[in-house]
Write a protein that binds this ligand. Structure first.
Ligand code: 9D3
Length: 228
């Protein structure tokens, strides 16, 4: 997969992309992630990319020119058309189903904004789908773009290596994770449940499923609505 990210702050991505799964996925050519600075496509001598909203109101709006020019430049860096995603608070809520869907694409083009929003002609002209990562206010689209990159890349074949298979994810089953334990057997008077030491794998599997169900019922009943 190739992922292009258009952003005013490419340096914000460097650290998250240089650890663990994201780092290894790039090193082993499972994914190529290319950052492009929207400000490089500003046309005035102050490198301006935002302006006051027509009709008045607070804050600034992303100008269409630099975003369009940046997009048209990035588009041509690879022959693959790709799926164009604008990170905005108005977008469709991102979830695991969307992550799986995006992980099947050959190319993603993510556009992260700053300020109060994008000039409406960016949405329309780029035919972009809009995605939000949840109902809370961020200071820009960069962290949202990183969330999507992380969730998608770990689903690509080979990306998880020894750390397990993405199909094991509790969310891919629609349930929360069961309780997990590692050594020591007793920690500050808290003991590992007997069943996990029993060696009875059938029994362990039943216990885990039961615990996952109970936890989900208690903490996230909304997840049970459609299943079971
Ligand atoms: C006053 C109206 N605000 C909309 C809720 C303006 C506004 C606030 C924050 C516009 C953009 C932003 C920056 N946020 C994003 O770019 C963003 C975001 C988010 O804030 N929450 C969840 N997902 C996303 S995706 C991009």
């Amino acid at each position: 997969m190739r992922i292009d990210v258009l952003t005013l702050f490419p340096a914000m991505f460097e650290s998250p992309l240089s650890y663990s799964i994201l780092k290894r996925a790039q090193e082993s050519d499972i994914v190529e992630i290319v950052l492009t600075d929207i400000r490089d496509f500003a046309t005035d001598r102050y490198r301006k990319v935002d302006d006051k909203p027509y009709g008045g109101g607070p804050g600034m709006v992303m100008m269409p020119g630099p975003v369009f020019d940046c997009f048209e430049y990035v588009e041509k860096l690879s022959p693959e058309k790709g799926r164009v995603i604008l990170l905005t608070p108005q977008g469709q809520k991102f979830d695991q189903k969307k992550a799986v869907e995006l992980s099947k694409e050959k190319r993603l083009i993510l556009i992260a904004g700053r300020y109060e929003g994008f000039d409406e002609r960016i949405r329309i002209g780029l035919c972009a789908e809009q995605i939000s990562i949840g109902d809370f206010v961020l200071s820009g689209g960069e962290l949202a773009a990183m969330v999507i990159v992380d969730a998608v890349v770990r689903l690509l074949a080979g990306a998880l290596g020894d750390e397990g298979s993405a199909g094991d994810d509790s969310f891919s089953e629609g349930l929360l994770e069961y309780p997990q334990y590692t050594r020591p057997e007793v920690f500050r008077d808290m003991k590992v449940p007997e069943v996990l030491l029993s060696g009875d794998h059938e029994k362990i599997a039943r216990w885990r499923r039961q615990m996952a169900l109970e936890r989900t019922k208690k903490h996230r009943p909304d997840l049970l609505k459609n299943n079971f």
